[in-house]
Design a protein around this ligand. Sequence first.
Ligand SMILES: [Fe+2]
Ligand SMILES: [Fe+2]
Length: 470
Amino acid sequence: MSSVNYAEKIPNNVNLVSDRTLQRALEHWQPHFIEWWKGMGPSDFQSADVYLRTATSVDAQGWATYGTVKMPDYRWGIFLADQQAERKIGFGDQMGRPVWQQVPGEYRSTLRRLIVTQGDTEPASVEQQRLLGHTCPSLYDLRNLFQINVEEGRHLWAMVYLLHAYFGRDGREEAEELLARHSGDADKPRILTTFNEPISDWLSLYCFTYFTDRDGKYQLKSLAESAFDPLSRTCRFMLTEEAHHMFVGETGIGRVVKRTLEVMKEIGTDDPAKVRAAGAVDLPTLQKYLNFWCSSSLDLFGSEISSNSAANFANGLKGRPDEAQYEDHVLRASSFKMMTPAGAEEVPMLNALNEVMRESYLKDCEIGLKRWNRQIERAGFAFRLALPSSRFRRTIGAWAGQPVDPEGKMLAKEEYEKQLGQWIPTEADRAFVHSLMQKVTEPGKMAAWIAPPERGINNLPVEYEYVKLH
Ligand SMILES: [Fe+2]
Ligand SMILES: [Fe+2]
């Protein structure tokens, strides 16, 4: 039931062939997608042979089948996790009732907006990363970048399928718009700010995949709880792919830390200027990148106090990540103590769900920090990396525009502005990081600012020629 039919134009496990109208509509969208990929996807590598995994079924054996393909020939398809028999709504006011196989009329526009907002981030990140191939630190990293890119393309397919299959003409129009907005475009930008930030160096890519793809994980987890069953099943399968994106971020930053520590030992100092002169990323600069991407990603969870998130939960559209871990799934009788610039405030729990999600996200972010700090400690250096406070540099919610330092302390506005360059990358920091970005494409070789990975992809050696450039 879950196997994918590859003989079809659009690989799928949703029995597309049984719905001619839907199939035709998606086959009409397909060339627009390919055109978008060629124009806005990875620049210049379309004829390279890339060692990629492709889903051929949604079970453990088939979802990661490896082979060499040219990216425009990648089999982007539609895969939903298997339907759970008699699945019931797991939270909100309709808890315990059967889940929906169609969109209830009263939630149509809200669900459409949730799907479009999620769908918009997928091609946006491909656009943000499109020039990175030119400065790859190794073929291993280049391959990982392209793996992420094709999978974000597939995530777009996942959302476009829902729009086409369940939202009629509105859905088809939204699907076209998903290809018409572009990251950073002055007239037609992507919906969310973080997805309009340029990613022009690999340190930013690792931070983005660590922090922003992890936001994606939390959004997908909360949509996987949805009473709208096709959305839940789509998101459940997307999560299996998403894990690799965060792996690239966590190991990428870990390898940067490792190389920096080696250099610090070689030159016998942690002096940032000397570390830079020796061609590595000094730890204070890395901290600034973490501050930038973490704070930017925190905004993606929305306002601390939100009536939208309350309604989405009460109506069964969007739950909390891993809803089953909680005891109360209705939340009509509980409250949350919220800290705002005006002081502590008791808020109905339903209105505080963005903050609940943000807090569990930050806990998940801590895991990598602990690992990297252990590396630093073992190397005998005193520096420690840290996550910025969730009040730092926010542009959405109660703390938006507040002059708060990375520890969460309120400062005078002038003081904050004076010090900001010590907390997030300055133009000079970015120029330095860019100066390190030299393309390395000899199999097994790494750029000087990053350590090799511990192992290759799919049990292949690190020296494997993961991308064959012609
Ligand atoms: Fe994605
Ligand atoms: Fe991702």
